[in-house]
Design a protein around this ligand. Structure first.
Ligand SMILES: *Cc1c(COP(=O)(O)O)cnc(C)c1O
Length: 366
């Protein structure tokens, strides 16, 4: 039959059916982003400080004249050149995205086919599961040990295993797996290992040099956390040029806009700003950890810009709700089959003081 023959059963109204994979998908729920009002936002790991001043100038420049009438550079060449210089790598090893979530989407679409498997740790970044679901792929989640290490199950062979992703530092724990462990894991896995370094600028080490050391390692980075540019949407991957070439086929032609390319280029050049902001955040993080521990919380030492804590006898959800009543947002995370706890982003000194004061009085009442 001619596939173009008009169908006798024309669309009959109602909600058009979607792919069964999509209908069955649990939507990814990001942290609350209240619009308006005066909130102390410690729930989505944004940087509490303003971005480098050069970012505003770069955006104004990029928006001038007829610049925005033209399509952006599809390969974000100016950014890749500057990032290559700052990080000491070849620009051909970099692929840019509309936030690192876009880069993760490109990776999943490139490596994972329908019915194939993604390996990821649990609990970690739930978005990976959603991305695999959209692909019609499966997730094979390996639960962290009690000390936040991963057992050899993580690198075990499995038919259909095509991609592994580990956030390092991990969210919600803020813990870091060692470079030695990750190198060994990459060598044992039968597929690419993506190390999601969204928070790595707050950590003691990073795995950038593993990309050169090991053919199946891919790194992703974000401008949303350490560079204080979550509203801009910019991220990138570092991988061998042979991999970048394949990823480039999958990405949208113009996945990064002119303004974000200009802004990210200015931001990554300002290494002094990053060093300053990083040490401010780490100093507040240390104080936050100590104060939570003094209030009876069990606190996981963090390598990121947030702290994961649990209380032995208070209800975590009730604490989250009571703080919200007072205009302070943190994240109550509940992982089925694993447990729940509270994730608190590192704010300014003042925000952290307000949070700690509110928390102390709430604990007395609960
Ligand atoms: C925040 C976050 C990202 C997303 O970053 P964007 O660049 O804003 O898309 C990626 N991975 C992890 C683990 C994150 O927490």
């Amino acid at each position: 039959m001619d596939p173009n023959t008009p169908s006798a059963a024309a669309f009959s109204g109602g909600t058009p059916p979607v792919r069964p994979d999509i209908a069955a998908l649990a939507p990814y729920v990001p942290g609350e982003q209240p619009q308006g009002g005066r909130w102390i936002k410690l729930n989505t790991n944004e940087n509490p400080y303003p971005p480098p001043a050069a970012v505003g100038d770069a955006i104004r420049d990029a928006a001038s004249g007829r610049n925005l009438a033209k399509y952006p550079d599809p390969l974000a060449t100016s950014f890749r050149k500057q990032a290559g210089e700052t990080l000491g790598i070849d620009p051909d090893w970099i692929l840019c995205g509309n936030g690192s979530d876009d880069v993760l989407t490109i990776l999943v679409r490139t490596f994972l086919g329908q019915g194939e498997s993604l390996r990821m740790p649990y609990p970690s970044y739930i978005l990976y599961r959603t991305l695999a679901g959209i692909q019609g792929a499966r997730c094979h989640e390996v639960t962290f040990e009690t000390d936040w290490s991963l057992s050899p199950l993580f690198t075990a062979a499995r038919s259909g295993l095509r991609l592994a992703i580990i956030p390092n530092p991990n969210s919600p724990s803020g813990t870091l797996l060692s470079k030695e462990w990750l190198l060994e894991a990459a060598q044992q896995l039968p597929c690419p290992l993506v190390i999601d370094e969204a928070y790595v600028d707050f950590a003691e080490t990073n795995c950038l040099d593993l990309v050169a050391a090991c053919e199946n390692v891919i790194i992703t980075r974000s401008f949303s956390k350490s560079y204080a540019l979550a509203g801009l949407r910019f991220g990138f991957a570092v991988a061998r040029p042979q991999i970048i070439e394949q990823l480039t086929k999958v990405k949208d032609s113009y996945n990064c806009d002119t303004l974000s390319i200009a802004a990210a280029t200015a931001a990554i050049a300002d290494t002094a700003w990053l060093a300053r902001t990083r040490s401010l955040v780490i100093a507040t993080r240390t104080r936050l950890e100590a104060s939570l521990a003094a209030m009876g919380f069990s606190v996981q030492p963090s390598q990121a810009n947030f702290v994961w804590c649990t209380h032995p006898d208070k209800n975590h959800r009730a604490i989250y709700e009571a703080l919200k009543q007072q205009g302070i947002l943190i994240r109550w995370m509940n992982y089925p089959g694993w447990g729940d706890g509270l994730r608190v982003s590192v704010g300014t000194e003042e925000e952290t003081d307000a949070f700690l004061a509110a928390l102390a009085s709430i604990l007395e009442q609960l």
